[in-house]
Design a protein around this ligand. Structure first.
Ligand code: ZN
Length: 221
């Protein structure tokens, strides 16, 4: 009788590593498809705009090397802020919301890739309403319809956060028009929009998956 009781103690000790691995796997399966889609649409828009834009608009260049690191830090901070606001509305720190928000904000600048390779290009093709609309639709089908409607919403917040952090000129209505103009006058409305939409993403996620009773566990999904 005594032997049977001692054997029942071991399972919880073995369960921890597999639980951690399954959380990592869940994080990858929840986050990776949306990130992949984001990158593919970004590069596709960059290529398409490069081809269809008038050569006179190919004035895009890379920023000076010395300013790249501070700019990336600024974008990282903006993404972190978006993720934290969304987490606040979700009522707990959420790894998916934070990592996706940071990645969306930082990787939007992948549209600088042609200039990186020395190719003349239109300025910031993914910093446009067309990229926002197309990515929203694609993310809706990839993530939204699969129980993660907060992901396209979070992307919209990240987009406006990035736009608010950027200075200089944009062809915001490309490909309808490749005329460039500053968006400095709408910087504050863009920040407000980013904060509100980030809160909406967290709120929506909270409604999708009610918080479990256990308060000391970390939620990755
Ligand atoms: Zn940018």
């Amino acid at each position: 009788m005594k032997q049977v009781m001692t054997e029942t103690v071991t399972p919880p000790l073995q369960a921890k590593p597999s639980s951690f691995v399954s959380k990592i796997r869940r994080w990858v399966s929840d986050v990776f498809p949306s990130l992949l889609v984001f990158v593919v649409v970004n590069l596709a828009i960059t290529l398409i705009f490069l081809v269809i834009s008038p050569p006179s608009s190919h004035t895009g260049t890379l920023r000076p090397e010395s300013s790249i690191a501070p700019k990336e830090l600024e974008l990282f901070s903006a993404g972190l802020a978006v993720g934290l606001v969304a987490s606040l509305a979700y009522r707990r720190l959420d790894v998916n919301l934070v990592t996706l928000a940071v990645a969306f904000v930082v990787l939007l600048d992948m549209d600088h890739l042609p200039a990186f390779f020395g190719i003349n290009q239109p300025i910031r093709p993914a910093h446009s309403l067309a990229f926002l609309a197309i990515t929203l639709v694609v993310l809706y089908f990839v993530a939204g319809r699969r129980g993660h409607i907060e992901i396209p919403i979070l992307f919209a917040s990240a987009f406006f956060a990035h736009m608010a952090a950027d200075t200089g000129v944009f062809a915001f209505f490309a490909p309808v028009s490749f005329n460039y103009y500053s968006l400095q006058s709408v910087q504050i409305p863009f920040i407000a929009l980013a904060v509100c939409i980030a809160a909406l993403a967290g709120y929506v996620k909270n409604r999708e998956k009610p918080l479990p009773k256990a308060r000391n566990s970390v939620i990755y999904g």
